[in-house]
Ligand binder design. Structure first.
Ligand code: C5P
Length: 399
């Protein structure tokens, strides 16, 4: 329930993507938000108010002169109760009206009268989106502080393909959740590693581990929500890249090492979450090893991989380095000794049984101030707490 207690006014305007707004209401309510829908007259040609009433549990407003509002000031009452105003879909015509401050129906009027943030998810044909008039309108809205979500790119209802699709409902919900997070890392650059590495033996076999990448992906999402510019160097995992995060896909520890060392000095924070293989096969066998050609089981000689975190921490002006220690026993002892050995200010420790592969985890943070246990929680909640600790350490750091 990431939007518990939040009041959101959802404005639906006239475009075919209005059908996705129904799913959006459902997902917002599922996250705990209270949703009040207001529709333009054009929107009611695509989806009826009854649909939104059923999904939000609240009567929908479409008319500025709605006699249900005792003082006849729906535009003021609705916007004052809101923590955020979201328009999805935002048609080209509606964007033009907003950019020019028009107030000729309930939705435009309540937007003009608002005292809360406004987020708009545009939806239109690609040519309409590319039209210089729309570009101008979007630029004006941005400079007025309106948050523009998307649009996405891809198949359009008209049969064409290109930019202008409304973001998917789940993506819009993620953006709203992100919007409400404190911007503790605004202006900072964060580099992370996540997932396992895969050390090839031959073209079809290799050495890897069971890291799911979920913790690292959750932290990259939390860092981006906190306003950072985030680069995620990821080993092979089956997870979607969090919105707004730049992902660099790598396979082996050596590739991860190159990708990180190339960027580390340009970042304020480096968070090493990846379960990097300690060893790799000394030789890569070009052709698949054939059982029939090996009279005895073959021996694989291993050599050590570079310690990526250790090397970054040893740079002349290192970013603030954060490590992870997944241990099967003696968590405090092993995590603290890793922290000292790698000379890093913060390490997050967890017992392997507590979180490996799942969506929840239990962490203990170790830094110069001692131990900070973070009780069992969804990984995204722990990630946000870790980001808060990192922001506090950054503030204390001498320039
Ligand atoms: O070195 P060790 O595996 O004990 O420490 C774990 C921490 O070091 C994790 O943060 C992990 O991402 C990082 N690490 C690394 N490069 C390695 C091994 C571990 O960055 N080769």
């Amino acid at each position: 329930m990431q939007l518990a207690g939040r009041n959101i006014v959802l404005g639906v305007t006239g475009g075919i993507a209005a059908y996705k707004a129904a799913e959006l209401v459902r997902l917002l309510v599922k996250e705990g938000a209270s949703v009040q829908v207001a529709m333009t007259e054009a929107a009611t040609n695509f989806v009826t108010p009854v649909t939104f009433q059923a999904l939000s549990g609240k009567a929908v407003f479409t008319d500025q002169w709605d006699s249900r509002v005792a003082n006849n000031m729906a535009h003021i009452d609705l916007s004052r109760a809101a923590d955020a105003l979201l328009v999805a879909p935002g048609s080209a015509d509606f964007l033009a009206k907003l950019a020019n401050g028009l107030a000729d129906d309930l939705l435009t009027t309540l937007i003009l009268a608002r005292d809360c943030p406004l987020l708009v998810a545009p939806a239109m044909n690609r040519q309409m989106w590319d039209n210089p008039a729309t570009r101008r309108n979007v630029a004006s809205l941005r400079s007025d502080g309106v948050v523009i979500l998307g649009p996405g790119c891809g198949d359009q209802a008209c049969g064409e393909t290109g930019p202008g699709r409304m973001l998917e409902a789940a993506e819009i919900v993620d953006e709203i959740v992100a919007h409400f997070q404190p911007k503790l890392l605004a202006g900072k650059r964060v580099l992370l590693t996540a997932g396992p590495t895969f050390e090839a033996i031959d073209p079809v076999r290799g050495i890897t581990n069971l890291s799911s990448g979920k913790m690292g992906y959750a932290i990259s999402r939390a860092a981006r929500e906190a306003g950072a510019e985030v680069t995620l160097v990821s080993g092979p995992v089956c997870l979607p890249c969090p919105r707004g995060v730049t992902r660099i896909a790598v396979t082996s520890a050596l590739q991860m090492h190159t990708a990180v060392l190339r960027r580390a000095a340009d970042n304020d924070v480096f968070i090493a979450v990846a379960a990097v293989a300690d060893y790799r096969p000394a030789q890569f066998i070009e052709q698949k090893i054939k059982k029939a050609q090996c009279p005895t089981p073959p021996t694989i000689e291993l050599e050590q991989n570079p310690d990526i975190l250790g090397e970054v921490a040893a740079l002349p002006r290192p970013p603030l380095c954060v490590g992870f220690a997944a241990e099967s026993e003696k968590l405090a002892e092993y995590a603290e000794s890793k922290r000292r050995c790698k000379k890093i200010p913060l390490i997050a420790g967890n017992l392997i049984g507590d979180g490996f592969g799942g969506d929840h985890n239990t962490l203990v943070l170790f830094d110069d101030d001692g131990q900070h246990p973070l009780p069992p929680a969804p990984k995204i909640d722990l990630a946000r707490q870790l980001v808060a600790r990192i922001a506090a350490l950054l503030e204390k750091r001498p320039c």
